[in-house]
Design a protein around this ligand. Structure first.
Ligand SMILES: [Zn+2]
Length: 439
């Protein structure tokens, strides 16, 4: 009120002062090496200018404006943020008390508790360098929407979340609930939406959109009564009304065939895929979120045969030029590791499949932005894009494991991690600074 009175006296000067006060902060980053995953090249001694939450200019001779905050990363390699294209941040199953059976996690942990856990997992992911996560269901009663909204409103730091809400499937979803569970819908039932008829399919998609989903996730073939290609097309049409894509959990070759015939956006999990299906996926440009599990995670053994199949499948997909994404399904606790550190362990199958490091990096960046459907606004370090970037010693183009040493993380122009230490205070706000209307 007082301010308004004063403004009335010297309106022009006041307007100028307010404008100056509101001018977005300018940050200049001195990047010793700047990695471009698109070309697979490293440029040296670049200056990255950031205004507010976006990149403004990048180049070797960019002038640093007076008063800009200067961050010296001249001894590090700067790269775009990483993407995990398949995770579940509001799910962590554990040896204790549920013996790693996630069916029981749903009984043990409330949605409220899991939402708070998701906030923590999001920060753990961001600290490891993951600025985008596709979060594909099994998040209780929309804990994933709550996580995304809290990050978007500026309450907590976290990756950009592309979340699916509740997974939609034929009756029972991925589980085999008892009749008591299935009919009363009281236990394990926030985890799946039953949709067995065209009407139910439309309604389930709409429910997820209403409650904050940004992608639609379906169980293609979790039951003998899986979806036909026509039913999948109905999902795709209904989701498209809201500009959303459909991701399909697939576990049988017949289910994969239906999903491919329908022109699904992405196939989640690779166990059912083979040479023929890979060729069809490549021809149609269908994304492969293979969720390849390493054989080195303490407490989560993978048989040598299963691991060999995983690696051979990934290699075959690469040889067939299928569009690959780095995707983990890392939704469990591994002793002593953050969620982000667990996810980094999933580099191993990519190395074992002999995928060249530039292509692993593309799967973790460019392809991740594309499968998340955000590549027009976020991801690349380019003028006009949201200012997300990471930095680390070494060169991930030569040794992909350099990614495990991320020392610096910027998200939306704010520094989240510096010199290896998380400094998230800039992200915490008492109110919804980015708009309470975020849904
Ligand atoms: Zn999953």
């Amino acid at each position: 009120m007082i301010r308004r009175v004063v403004c009335g006296v010297a309106a022009l000067m006041c307007a100028a002062a307010v404008l100056e006060a509101q001018a977005p902060a300018v940050t200049a980053i001195r990047a010793g090496r700047l990695l471009d995953p698109e070309t697979g090249r490293v440029l040296t001694n670049q200056i990255i200018l950031i205004e507010g939450n976006k990149f403004k200019e990048i180049g070797p001779n960019v002038a640093i404006p007076a008063g800009a905050r200067v961050i010296d990363l001249s001894r590090l390699t700067v790269a775009p943020g990483l993407v995990d294209s398949h995770n579940h941040l509001a799910l962590t199953y554990k040896p204790e008390p549920e013996n790693n059976v996630y069916y029981y996690t749903y009984v043990q942990d409330s949605t409220a508790l899991r939402a708070i856990q998701a906030a923590s997992n999001g920060m753990q992911m961001l600290s490891a360098g993951f600025t985008v996560v596709r979060d594909l269901g099994n998040n209780g009663n929309y804990a994933d929407s709550a996580l995304r909204q809290a990050i978007d409103q500026g309450w907590i730091p976290g990756p950009t979340i592309i979340n699916s809400g509740i997974i939609i499937g034929g009756m029972g979803g991925q589980f085999f609930p008892t009749p008591e569970m299935a009919k009363e819908h009281r236990i394990v039932y926030p985890e799946y939406l039953d949709a067995d008829t065209p009407d139910e399919i439309v309604k389930a998609v709409r429910q997820n959109i209403l409650f904050g989903a940004k992608v639609i996730k379906i169980c293609v073939d979790c039951k003998p009564y899986g979806y036909t290609a026509d039913e999948i097309r109905l999902f795709i049409r209904e989701a498209a009304k809201a500009g959303m894509k459909v991701a399909g959990h697939v576990q049988t070759p017949a289910g994969a065939k239906n999903a491919i015939d329908a022109g699904i956006w992405s196939i989640e999990h690779a166990g059912a895929l083979n040479d023929d299906l890979h060729k069809q996926m490549a021809a149609k440009g269908i994304w492969r979120a293979g969720t390849e599990t390493p054989d080195t995670l303490a407490g989560h053994p993978v048989s040598p045969q299963a691991y060999q199949r995983t690696v051979a499948g990934l290699k075959n997909a690469y040889e067939n030029k299928v569009q690959l994404t780095f995707s983990t399904d890392a939704d469990y606790y591994v002793a002593g590791k953050t969620r982000g550190e667990v996810v980094m362990e999933f580099l191993k199958p990519w190395k074992d499949a002999g995928i060249p490091t530039p292509d692993i990096l593309r799967a973790m960046t460019i392809n991740g932005y594309k499968v998340a459907d955000i590549d027009k606004v976020r991801g690349p370090i380019k003028a006009g894009y949201f200012a997300d970037l990471i930095a680390m010693p070494g060169n991930p183009l030569e040794d992909i494991d350099a990614l495990k040493g991320v020392q610096f993380v910027m998200k939306d122009g704010e520094v989240f991690k510096r010199d290896g230490v998380m400094t998230p205070e800039k992200f915490f706000h008492g109110g919804p600074v980015n708009g309470w209307r975020i849904r």
